[in-house]
Ligand binder design. Structure first.
Ligand code: BGC
Length: 743
């Protein structure tokens, strides 16, 4: 009996060893590279505690005086974190460039001079719309606004500016871009997305990642982007942040996976952050299927998988998916996470150690994650260049960088309606009102020096508000800044009488900035007081220009017919006011188009890629956006109308003429409709887009090459691509043409 027990035990040990070796082999895929050797050497010298420390990320507020985000380092706390817990990563904070330099210099010096293995810290930051946690930083439009540019070049230029303003501070890891598909306007993070279309999210996100990770203007520094939040975060059933999503696998593969797939396969993104929510009943942080089978297996992602903030704890406290945090830790590690954004508790370190001691997690499994983390640190050059460089911070917030942000706003803001009022000519008295009329905070939005956006006094000094921008734009007119009326009748009478004295009324309306759950909404309609203000303005019979400053499309249907022009600016950043004023005056010809559907009604929000049996109701559809130029589309042709093999490509061409006297940019949106599908097909899907300048009177030809495997396939519920024979339509603007696939 004893004998056979020993045999079984020996067998188990051999099996375990085999498993450990095979795991080790799994992570030593590239044994010849220099980095690989360094990582292996280092890994061999590390204790279990040191390895677990590398897998732990703490908030900077854990190591500052009074636990604030303000970068006053508490030396005892940082030493405790680094020397006692071997913490390998920190995140967040806010302050001036000089203060960041001092802070990160001190942290890094303790890590590299006062620890046994001298492993540098990797610091993470949410620079999601420019260097938005640095006082002097250049704050770009938030992604929803930016995506209305439909221009990857804008993303590229913006990413480079952000890289230059972030790298010298020794912040190598940016938790951007958001690749969640923004198809649910109730979800309060929609302004962080590139809109509702998976292709647009993928193309723009990948442009950002490539430019950010490959920016050579920041040498000797190197940077990592982070594709977040994997996956299906953005369409919770209730619309509230971090609440359950119920999404069939087929839709998951067709609509939510593509941006991540592009980021990994074309953008080579180095890190991925996980969705805090639950999908079909499974907290994503505990989903081996999503993190290991899909992300690592199907998408081939080899980089670091980071949790979102405190999300192992949330498996217990938010999802009730495990009874204890230790159990949740085991679930997350088994699912595939590499690093825990623990934030302010060191418990993870303890649980991990116990789980290894209890034999529930193998050290081989830990080695896999630490291997990835150390590889990232080596790839980012942290062992050679760990320290910030204050000789390179003068460029932060430079005029040149500001101009890139301004251009981004100009290319992105969308003119939704214009009843012969814009460009505004000959107005002597312009009334300006509403919550964002003289505010910088509303333009920069949340994630600007503070999570919810910082107060007015801390906003950039050189930036215009809409008020100061209009004053500069209309030098000979009076810009009359009038307060919004309250519901008190005297104030309404005053508002109306002031309004009557003006030639035109510019109203800013929308929403205060918010982040995450702070923006949960029960009703998408614009606030009642703002709707009433627009009605009072209309009662004067003066022309009204409505400027929407908002994180998501607030429903304006009740008053839309009353106004003469509508401009969607979202959160347009430091150059936003200049761009808005420029569009009102006509100095800038608007060229943004909606990257999302502007809902007609609060209760019916469907994306443009709805099914045939669904009705599309939109106040302004996806792709809508006016220009001061006029574009005529003609001669849609196809090089062939029959495709007989999956490798055969055909080309569609269209002529677009600018029939106006004004040079203008047009965004050309190419859609395909697969007319019949075994899994029912959307009425149309964007497959290609291009933005280009067309001079007054000029005709330009645009092309779209249709590749069957890329453009005519769709995934089934297992993610397997299907290519079905049948008829398709290529659609551009109001034109369409049919072709067939017969393999
Ligand atoms: C957000 C992430 C962010 C993280 C760190 C979380 O609350 O969901 O997007 O990167 O905080 O600040």
């Amino acid at each position: 009996m004893k004998q056979s027990f020993r045999k079984i035990l020996a067998g188990l040990i051999v099996l375990n060893l085999f498993f450990m070796i095979s795991c080790q082999q799994n992570v030593t895929k590239k044994p010849n590279t220099e980095t690989e050797k360094k990582v292996e050497d280092l890994l061999k010298q590390m204790t279990l505690e040191e390895k677990i420390g590398q897998m732990t990320q703490m908030c900077a507020s854990t190591i500052t005086l009074n636990g604030t985000k303000e970068l006053d380092l508490d030396v005892d706390l940082i030493k405790k974190a680094i020397q006692e817990y071997h913490i390998g990563s920190f995140l967040s904070g806010t302050g001036s460039a000089q203060k960041w330099v001092k802070f990160l210099d001190a942290i890094q010096k303790i890590a590299i001079n006062e620890t046994r293995l001298k492993i540098p810290i990797i610091f993470g930051i949410d620079h999601v719309h420019g260097a938005n946690y640095v006082d002097e930083g250049t704050f770009f439009p938030h992604n929803l606004t930016l995506s209305c540019s439909f221009d990857p070049q804008i993303l590229t230029e913006g990413a480079k500016v952000t890289a230059k303003e972030t790298a010298p501070l020794a912040m190598p890891w940016n938790f951007a871009p958001v690749l969640d598909v923004g198809k649910n306007p109730y979800w309060p993070r929609i302004y962080e997305t590139f809109g509702e279309d998976p292709l647009v999210c993928g193309v723009l996100g990948t442009a950002f990642i490539k430019a950010y990770q490959e920016c050579d203007a920041i040498e000797p520094y190197k940077l990592s982007a982070c594709a977040k939040h994997f996956i299906a975060y953005s369409d919770p059933k209730s619309g509230y942040d971090r609440t359950p999503a119920e999404i069939p696998n087929q839709i998951l593969f067709e609509q939510f996976l593509p941006p991540f797939e592009m980021a990994i396969k074309s953008g080579n993104v180095k890190t991925v952050m996980v969705n805090s929510g639950e999908l079909n009943g499974e907290p994503v942080h505990a989903s081996k299927w999503l993190l290991t089978d899909i992300l690592r297996g199907q998408l081939g992602f080899q980089g670091v998988i980071l949790t979102d903030i405190k999300d192992i704890m949330k498996i217990v406290e938010m999802h009730a998916g495990a009874a204890t945090e230790k159990e949740a830790t085991l679930m997350s590690i088994n699912a595939g996470i590499d690093m825990y954004m623990a934030c302010n508790s060191f418990d993870f370190c303890q649980y991990m150690k116990e789980l290894v001691q209890e034999g529930k997690i193998t050290e081989a499994r830990i080695n896999e994650s630490v291997h990835r983390i150390l590889t990232l640190k080596y790839e980012l050059g942290l062992f050679e260049n760990p320290l910030p460089d204050d000789t390179k911070i003068a460029q932060i917030g430079s005029k040149e960088h500001f101009n890139v942000a301004k251009k981004a706003a100009e290319e992105s803001i969308v003119l939704l309606k214009n009843e012969n009022i814009l460009p505004l000519k000959n107005a002597k008295n312009i009334m300006l009102t509403g919550f964002a009329a003289n505010s910088k905070k509303m333009l920069n939005g949340a994630w600007t020096l503070e999570w919810l956006g910082c107060e007015e006094e801390r906003q950039p000094k050189d930036m215009n508000t809409i008020y100061t921008a209009l004053q500069k734009e209309f030098k000979t007119a009076n810009i009359n800044l009038i307060e919004e009326p309250t519901q008190n009748s005297a104030s309404i009478v005053k508002f109306i009488s002031e309004a009557k004295k003006n030639d035109v009324i510019v109203i800013t309306a929308g929403e205060q900035p918010y982040s995450e759950f702070k923006g949960n909404a029960n009703d998408l309609e614009l606030d009642e007081n703002q709707l009433k203000m627009i009605e009072y303005a209309k009662s004067t019979k003066k022309p009204v220009i409505l400027v929407l400053i908002e994180g998501r499309p607030r429903v304006i249907t009740r008053i839309e017919k009353m106004v003469d022009a509508v401009i969607f600016a979202g959160h347009p950043g430091v150059g936003g006011a200049d761009a808005i004023a420029g569009i009102i005056s006509g100095r800038i010809n608007p060229s943004g188009k909606l990257s999302f559907t502007y809902p007609l009604d609060v209760g019916h929000c469907v994306p443009y890629y709805h099914k045939f049996s669904e009705k599309y109701t939109a106040l302004y559809p996806f792709g809508h956006g006016l220009s001061f130029s006029n574009f005529e589309y003609s001669n849609l042709t196809l090089s062939d109308t029959l495709i007989t093999s999956e490798n055969q490509e055909i080309t569609a061409t269209i002529d677009i003429k600018n029939t106006s006297n004004t040079d203008g940019k047009e965004v050309v949106l190419w859609y395909i409709n697969d007319e019949f599908g075994t899994i029912t097909r959307p009425v149309k899907q964007l497959k290609f887009f291009k933005k280009a300048m067309i001079k007054a009177g000029e005709t330009k030809q645009f092309k779209f090459t249709i590749k069957p495997m890329r453009d005519l396939t769709y995934p089934d519920k297992n993610g397997k691509l299907i290519l079905e024979n049948g008829s398709f339509k290529v659609i551009v603007n109001q034109q369409e043409i049919r072709f067939w696939l017969k393999k």
